[in-house]
Ligand binder design. Structure first.
Ligand SMILES: C[S@@+](CC[C@H](N)C(=O)[O-])C[C@H]1O[C@@H](n2cnc3c(N)ncnc32)[C@H](O)[C@@H]1O
Length: 442
């Protein structure tokens, strides 16, 4: 197989290390910018070459020893071989690259990425697939790009309270008649084991995704007994389809409460099995604090588009006469309504549906909060902003590529007041960015 020498140039959106060779882009699996490497060609196409490392000739100063024994087989993290402070630098470079290439914005007023003081044990949601191999049940994460499960007993990025529950559940399964789902044959019942929880309240919610209803109360009692202090409920989600999508449409409480409680900056949030919540609460807390520092003190109306269970809506509600949240997930909207009462914040109301359908029917808000999924803003949302021109817009993005695409349009009408990236996902290539926009001339 063809081999050659390269020096890794940079990380790009999607987390690949890249270099150039004979005019072609070279993707280097496991490479770190600054590495001098001998690589082997895995796949050569007209304009790029995929490679793997044969030999590290000279390691980059950004390289470090991965802390996790399952790395790099486990596909959960991609960057454990990169020293944490360098991860933050590479994430900033990825955003800058996207803004220049896709956003066509040269002068990017970007701040350094705000990293975590302790970038371990922060992830409040673990979704483990399972597989039976002979007499063993494997529970863990898929190897990158495959459906092979890397069986794990602990995870360095998930909340510490999850590890003993994972180990206990594995043991529990050995003696149970519950069948494990086999995706090739579409046979068996238990598909995913999901843990959600909060380090602030200490609560853990257990969600079992099954092909058909299968979780009896006596089994749920044994699960609860794995950590009776923290586990507040066991829920069954039924997904009968042959699909890679984890959750099905129906959820049933088996024992205890069907939601856990989270606490952020003094406000309480109920989060049900299928509702969205930010996975890194320590970091989103900092984002909300910064957002509140930079935004105005007083608003008539705020719209929180893509509202989830109302984290941003409720975190800003003390500054507005009225807050309107828009969210498409029925589960999240139900929690969002409950969270209004729990926090006695009755100036917040919600519309259930798609932002692109509902936003164009509303009046101009004084502040528009946007926190879309990875695909960014739909055309109708951009048109609403250009047409109604809210004086302030706060755009929270988990994808620098779609953020740059949307900002390319919005910078004609708005000045960037703040562009602050946060590391919500240490040891992965993902990065969250808060952009605060003020209408030109405002
Ligand atoms: C990144 S989350 C943000 C949630 C919330 N801002 C928070 O911080 O907890 C995006 C949310 O948008 C919802 N969503 C995705 N596409 C949507 C759409 N087109 N219209 C309405 N909501 C949508 C998802 O269900 C999810 O709750």
């Amino acid at each position: 197989m063809k081999r050659f020498l390269v020096e890794v140039e940079k990380m790009i959106p999607g987390g690949d290390a890249i270099s150039y060779y004979n005019g072609k882009a070279v993707f280097i699996d496991g490479g770190v910018p600054g590495d001098r490497l001998e690589v082997e060609v895995v796949n050569e196409k007209k304009d790029y070459i995929s490679t793997r490392i044969r030999k590290i000739i000279e390691p980059s100063e950004a390289r470090t020893e991965p802390g996790c024994p399952y790395f790099p087989r486990c596909g959960g993290c991609q960057w454990q071989m990169v020293d944490y402070k360098w991860q933050l630098k590479f994430k900033k470079d990825i955003i800058l690259d996207a803004f220049r290439r896709i956003g066509k914005i040269e002068q990017v007023p970007i701040a350094d990425v705000i990293g975590m003081e302790n970038p371990w044990h922060f992830r409040n949601k673990a979704q483990y697939p399972l597989k039976r191999v002979k007499n063993r049940v494997l529970i863990g994460y898929y190897e990158e790009g495959t459906h092979f499960i890397v069986d794990i007993d602990s995870c360095l990025v998930q909340l510490k309270q999850f590890d003993p529950v994972l180990r206990g559940f594995k043991k529990l399964l050995q003696g149970e008649p519950l069948t494990i789902y086999n995706e090739e044959k579409h046979y068996g019942k238990l598909r995913h084991f999901v843990l959600r929880g909060s380090e602030n309240t200490g609560e853990t919610l257990v969600v079992l995704v099954v092909k058909e209803t299968a979780i009896v109360k006596s089994f749920a009692e044994k699960i609860l007994a794995l950590d009776p202090e923290r586990i507040i409920g066991v829920v069954e989600n039924i997904n009968p389809k042959r699909t890679n999508v984890i959750y099905g449409p129906k959820t049933r409480k088996v024992l205890g409460r069907p939601y856990y409680m989270e606490k952020v900056l003094g406000r309480s949030f109920r989060v049900s099995a299928l509702s969205f919540f930010q996975v890194n609460v320590r970091q989103v807390t900092r984002l909300i604090e910064n957002m509140r520092d930079v935004l105005s003190e007083d608003y008539d109306t705020i719209i929180d588009a893509y509202a989830g269970v109302g984290l941003f809506a409720l975190s800003m509600a003390d500054r507005a006469k009225k807050v309107i949240g828009i969210e498409e997930s029925t589960s999240s909207v139900k929690d969002a309504h409950e969270n209004v009462s729990i926090n006695n914040q009755f100036n917040v109301e919600y519309f259930e549906g798609k932002v692109e359908n509902i936003l164009p029917t509303l009046e101009r808000p004084d502040l528009l909060l946007l926190d879309p999924p990875r695909k960014g803003l739909e055309k109708e949302v951009i048109d609403f902003i250009i047409d109604k021109r809210p004086p302030e817009v706060a755009y929270v993005s988990c994808n620098p590529v779609t953020l740059a695409r949307d900002m390319r349009i919005l910078v004609d009408y708005y000045d960037i007041e703040l562009m602050q990236p946060y590391d919500f996902f240490p040891h992965t290539h993902h990065v969250e960015t808060l952009v605060i926009l003020k209408r030109k001339g405002f």
